[in-house]
Design a protein around this ligand. Structure first.
Ligand code: GTP
Ligand code: MG
Length: 394
């Protein structure tokens, strides 16, 4: 079943792979995910959500992910994109191939080095530089990359499009649908700013504006300042002044904590962890340093960023489709087998299609399993709703 995909971008050496490791290490035993279908740079992170199992008084049996003490772990795919360098949009560095990775991403985490110790091309610096300027360099590259592809062969394309009677969003979809951008999303972008109504009147700057809106509304970029453990306070302050929504983290510390947890040195990944006798003095000191860092008010944890992206930015809700409104199970007796992430606004009929195209095609009605009331095809699924779809195929 398809899930939300989030890409990690940034210049080389800023800690993307470190964050990727931290995000994709399961905090609890979670084995049942079809990892074999994933590409090497794709991993699974886990979004937590309260499971409705206690309401039905039975232990759930998730098909994917796991449920521990009433917390459901729902898979989210994370894509580790190789480092971007200035000029990447013109094919420099690893060029187009890696930028194509963002096609699959619904949201993009832009990781930058808050300590300012990496040059634009990713090499280590002897003396740090203000990291704020990096933010716009990299984002400018992806915007330029998309604008370039959109505007390629524009003369021929736009003349043909203007001569046809097709809607502008439909013809644009034929050009950029390969980036995973759909007609309705193109419509949304066109309403966010003014664009000439005839495509042949578009200049390159319109393509650039269009691309920048894609990364604001369709594949939103979430900025994450990494290596904050090594960043001087004035850099943190500059970054915050530049954009107050930036998250401050240390991927290295996150990873160290996970390793310490696995080794039994600490009992929790929260900042109030207790250090066990398994840690030697040096390890205890390092862990105390990490605790101090995590206790700083400006610092965020990785899982909170993931949660924020899926819930607040992409506005996904969790739906629990079941086959029986009294047991909340499927036909085989699995309780609440699926926790599906869907954008808010998804209707009962769309949920049916997501479960299976046959179920969507044979849709008769749906039932809200809590109230046992019938809901129609246009009913918008609320977060944590347990829904039975009644379909002709059943
Ligand atoms: N101090 C500090 N170092 C970090 C942190 N995260 C990563 N690093 C170090 O930064 C270096 C680069 O980390 P990677 O995760 O490989 O960076 P990357 O962005 O994936 O690099 P490319 O794949 O080459 O683009 C490594 O030496 C990491 O140990 C952090 O939070 N703090
Ligand atoms: Mg890497």
């Amino acid at each position: 079943m398809s899930t939300v995909k989030i890409g990690l971008i940034g210049k080389p050496n800023v800690g993307k792979s470190t964050l990727f490791s931290a995000l994709t290490k399961a905090p609890v035993d979670i084995a049942n995910y079809p990892f074999t279908t994933l590409k090497p740079n794709v991993g699974v992170g886990w979004l937590t959500s309260r499971c409705p199992e206690s309401e039905i008084g039975k232990k759930c049996t998730p098909r994917e992910g796991n449920c521990v003490n009433g917390t459901r772990y729902i898979p989210v795919e994370i894509i580790d994109v190789p480092g971007l360098i200035p000029g990447a949009s013109e094919g420099k560095g690893m060029g187009n191939e890696f930028l194509d990775n963002i096609r699959d991403s619904e949201a993009i985490i832009h990781v930058f080095d808050a300590s300012g110790m990496t040059a634009p091309d990713g090499t280590a610096l002897q003396e740090s530089r203000d990291p704020v300027e990096d933010i716009e360099i990299i984002e400018g590259e992806i915007i330029a990359w998309m604008a370039d592809r959109l505007y390629r062969d524009w003369d021929k394309f736009s003349r043909k499009a203007d001569a046809s009677s097709d809607r502008i969003e439909r013809v644009l979809e034929t050009k950029i649908g390969t980036f995973g951008i759909r007609e309705n999303q193109i419509s949304l972008i066109l309403t966010r700013d003014s664009f000439p109504s005839k495509l042949s009147q578009w200049e390159k700057e319109h393509a650039t504006k269009f691309a920048s809106l894609v990364f604001r509304y369709i594949k939103p970029i979430i900025r994450v300042a990494n290596k904050c453990d090594a960043a001087p306070p004035e850099y943190i302050e500059n970054i915050r002044k530049f954009d107050s929504s930036i998250y401050f983290i240390s991927g290295e510390y996150e990873l160290t904590l996970e390793k310490a947890m696995k080794a039994g040195m600490i009992d929790s990944l929260e900042a109030d962890f207790k250090v066990s006798g398994k840690a030697n003095q040096a390890q205890s000191n390092a862990l105390e340093k990490i605790r101090g860092f995590l206790s700083e008010k400006y610092v965020t944890r990785m899982e909170n960023i993931l949660f924020h992206i899926v819930r607040d930015v992409l506005k996904y809700v969790v739906a629990y489709p079941v086959a029986d409104e009294s047991t909340w199970g499927d036909k085989k007796g699995n309780i609440l087998p699926d926790a599906l992430l869907m954008p808010y606004g998804t209707t009962a009929l769309e949920l049916a299609f997501k479960v299976h195209s046959d179920i969507g095609e044979g849709f008769i009605k749906a039932i809200d399993c809590r109230s046992r009331r019938t809901i129609g095809k246009d009913h918008v699924i609320e977060d944590s709703e347990v829904v039975r779809i009644v379909s002709r195929t059943k």
